[in-house]
Design a protein around this ligand. Structure first.
Ligand code: NI
Length: 135
C-alpha cells in the first residue's frame, strides 16, 4: 500500500464557546479562542489517500483529481470564512481543530474510492495539529 499526500491551505476565523455555558466557564475552558470578536488561523491541511497502485496508471489516486476535490469541497467552502457564522456545519458545532478535521473528512470521504483509506491532518498552528481517519 502506498500513501499519496496533498497539502492545501485556508485562512478562516472562529470562536470557541458554548451558548449553554456562562461567560466565565467559556473563558476558563477556551481562553483566547473564546474572543467574542473571533480570531483567525492559517490552517494547513494534509489529505492522505492510501491504497494499492493501479498497475495501468501507476497511481494510487490522481493527484490532479484530489487537488480539485480539496479545492471544491474544502477551500471554496472554508477559505476566508467565519466558520461559526458562514459554514453550516459549525452553526451548532464548536469549530475546534478536532471538529474541523472530522467535518473535512466527512466531506471528502464520499468522493474517495471505497477501497482507499482516507486520513486528514489539520494544522491550526505550526505546532498544534490533529489527525482523523474515520474511526
Ligand atoms: Ni483559535
Amino acid at each position: 500500500m502506498v500513501t499519496v499526500n496533498r497539502k492545501a491551505h485556508f485562512n478562516a476565523a472562529h470562536r470557541l464557546y458554548r451558548k449553554d455555558w456562562s461567560d466565565e466557564k467559556n473563558e476558563a475552558v477556551f481562553g483566547k479562542c473564546n474572543n467574542p470578536n473571533y480570531h483567525g488561523h492559517n490552517y494547513e491541511l494534509i489529505v492522505s489517500v492510501t491504497g494499492n497502485i493501479d498497475p495501468e496508471t501507476g497511481f494510487v489516486v490522481d493527484v490532479k483529481v484530489l487537488k480539485d476535490l480539496i479545492k471544491s469541497e474544502i477551500e471554496d467552502a472554508f477559505d476566508h470564512k467565519n466558520l461559526n457564522v458562514e459554514v453550516a456545519e459549525f452553526n451548532e458545532l464548536n469549530p475546534t481543530a478536532e471538529n474541523i478535521a472530522v467535518v473535512i473528512w466527512n466531506k471528502l470521504r464520499p468522493h474517495i474510492a471505497t477501497d482507499k483509506k482516507l486520513e486528514v491532518t489539520l494544522y491550526e498552528t505550526p505546532r498544534n495539529f490533529v489527525s482523523y481517519s474515520g474511526a
